[in-house]
Design a protein around this ligand. Structure first.
Ligand code: ADP
Length: 269
């Protein structure tokens, strides 16, 4: 619970695999394209700006977009202790250097990942277990959309603090989000709450707000399902441009219009 200052919280029980993190937060969605990776990265960046030691793991092995959003590249080295050295993000506003691990660092950008179930299971546990995460307050994990395999693998390996489910306000997207929630519940992962992304567009020129995909649907659904509603993020051109240009860290930590909605979400966690 972020209302209690991070450093005053007792350390959570360590994962069976030796991960040293007080909290593990999953970010999932029912389908792709709703802004899950943007939200996952931004939650990690915001927690870091607020003073926490944060790691970011991209478990969306089929469509790893975290490296691109953060403008990170490189090949993880193997340390003497046979650990995978994550790529470290160092930007203004970030506490220390944020370790980031993604399949995107291991395959060429235009190479498709065509692994099947057991290999997927292996890569996820390896990311968790063999990466030199150091000691973390939070490990934020960007989940692949939909499927339950990765959630199941994770729940069997580490105690998960909670899953954040990202959706857009449309009815179809909400139905997918409900499926994602029930999938997490099925593998005993607690729901940290719902985030409504692309919740209205406030026009920078005229100041009027347009509800392009509707608005408020996630809040109503969250209430109906008895899960917390963590807040909404408007459609923000700056955010899209930042993601495309690999400058999400700069924008989320510095531009007040992008920063404030994420801070609200993190404080509601
Ligand atoms: P997912 O992980 O769900 O597939 P992404 O985070 O990759 O989605 O986002 C998909 C696209 O939408 C990206 O181009 C991203 O920059 C953009 N995007 C996400 N959230 C917003 C937002 N609130 N405003 C504007 N663009 C957004």
């Amino acid at each position: 619970n972020v209302q209690t200052p991070i450093h005053e919280r007792p350390p959570a029980r360590l994962g069976q695999i030796g991960l040293r993190a007080k909290s593990v937060i999953l970010v999932g969605s029912g389908k792709g394209g709703v802004g899950k990776s943007t939200v996952a990265a931004s939650i990690a960046l915001t927690l870091s700006r607020l003073g926490a030691k944060v790691g970011l793991m991209d478990a969306d092995v089929y469509g790893p977009s975290i490296p691109h959003l953060l403008g990170l590249e490189g090949r993880p080295a193997i340390s003497e202790a046979k650990k995978i050295e994550p790529i470290r993000l160092s930007r203004e506003g970030i506490t220390g250097q944020m370790p980031v691990m993604s399949m995107g660092f291991l395959v060429e950008p235009d190479q498709a990942v065509i692994w099947r179930g057991p290999m997927l299971h292996g890569s996820i546990t390896q990311f968790l277990k063999d990466t030199d995460w150091g000691e973390l307050d939070y490990l934020v994990i960007d989940m692949p959309p939909g499927t339950g395999d990765v959630a199941l693998t994770l729940s069997q390996n580490v105690p998960i603090t909670g899953a954040v489910v990202v959706c857009t306000p449309q009815e179809v997207a909400l139905l997918d989000a409900i499926k994602a929630i029930s999938m997490f519940k099925k593998v005993n992962i607690p729901i940290a709450g719902m985030v409504e992304n692309m919740s209205g567009f406030s026009c920078p020129d005229c100041g009027k707000t347009y509800d392009i995909f509707g608005r408020g649907g996630a809040r109503d659904k969250a209430e109906e399902l008895g899960v917390p509603y963590l807040g909404g993020l408007p459609i923000d051109i700056t955010l899209r441009e930042a993601g495309d240009a690999g400058k999400l860290a700069e924008v989320v930590n510095q531009d007040a219009r992008a920063r404030d909605p994420f801070e609200k979400v993190v404080r509601a966690l």
